[in-house]
Design a protein around this ligand. Structure first.
Ligand SMILES: C[S@@+](CC[C@H](N)C(=O)[O-])C[C@H]1O[C@@H](n2cnc3c(N)ncnc32)[C@H](O)[C@@H]1O
Length: 254
């Protein structure tokens, strides 16, 4: 390794999971406790932020749907700047960094600067939300594929393969789907999806204030109205009846 290379820091992209500290991996925990600089997203759970060493510089780089956000170029500049100054940087993102996490833009900036990086995967929200409602995301005889889609992209409401999704038995985890709920509902029904298709919205998945809203496609827009926390829409899945008993089970085993 050259002297120039030694002087550079490094960046670890860490997936923090959807919020609960119970979903943080050991690898994520280790990276966090060794960090000198942590640049985190707004959705990272408070219990997880408490693991950041007091000596570390902590920076919130908020990104919020259609709302206020730190420009991506500024975030790239911060990561490159701190790692270029020789620091061990953790870029902490909610869920898994590779799912709607703008990971590639940041990796490209690091590659351009010649700064080494690695990825510690995290539990994506869809997995935690499905567990909350007692369902699996794939099931023999029902769906051999799971679609991970976003409600909006850089251009606005995101177009998807609505015809494919409208087929009976399809399952999709829809991230960032609150504002686009009426659009999604309209597109799917226009392509022949049954209005009675089960849809479950999980708000604040894995957090103390987690909320499950069981709906159908025709009631989706009403189901998300008034939700203020981050929410994921599990299209094609209803909460299993036993899921109602889960909070009791959680308490009993805590
Ligand atoms: C920018 S995406 C990040 C997704 C993240 N990388 C993941 O793998 O879960 C943000 C969206 O993820 C979903 N999300 C993140 N945390 C959540 C939570 N605790 N409960 C419900 N939805 C959540 C929401 O749809 C939110 O708008």
């Amino acid at each position: 390794m050259t002297d120039a290379r030694k002087a550079l820091g490094q960046v670890v992209f860490v997936g923090a999971g959807p919020g609960s500290i119970d979903h943080l991996t050991m690898g994520a925990c280790r990276a966090l406790t060794q960090a000198e600089v942590v640049i985190h997203d707004r959705l990272v759970g408070p219990e997880i932020l408490e693991l950041i060493p007091p000596s570390a510089t902590r920076i919130e780089a908020g990104k919020e749907g259609f709302g206020p956000s730190t420009p991506q170029s500024a975030i790239n500049g911060m990561i490159v700047g701190h790692a270029g100054a020789g620091k061990r940087v953790v870029r902490l993102k909610s869920g898994d960094s590779g799912i709607f996490g703008r990971l590639d833009e940041e990796i490209e900036a690091l590659d351009e600067a010649g700064i080494p990086w690695r990825i510690v995967p995290g539990l994506t929200t869809a997995a935690a939300a499905a567990a909350t409602i007692g369902q699996s995301l794939t099931k023999r005889g029902r769906n051999a594929a799971l679609r991970i889609v976003t409600g909006h992209d850089m251009a606005g409401f995101a177009e998807q393969d609505w015809r494919g999704l409208a087929r009976a038995g399809e399952v999709a985890a829809i991230y960032m789907g609150k504002k686009s709920a009426r659009f999604i509902q309209g597109r799917l029904m226009m392509h022949g999806a049954s209005p009675e298709t089960p849809v479950t919205v999980v708000e604040n998945a894995s957090r103390a204030d987690e909320r499950i809203v069981a709906a159908t496609l025709v009631t989706l827009a009403d189901a998300v109205a008034g939700l203020t926390g981050p929410a994921i829409v599990l299209y094609g899945l209803a909460p299993r009846r036993a899921a109602a008993a889960l909070p009791l089970l959680k308490e009993a085993t805590a």
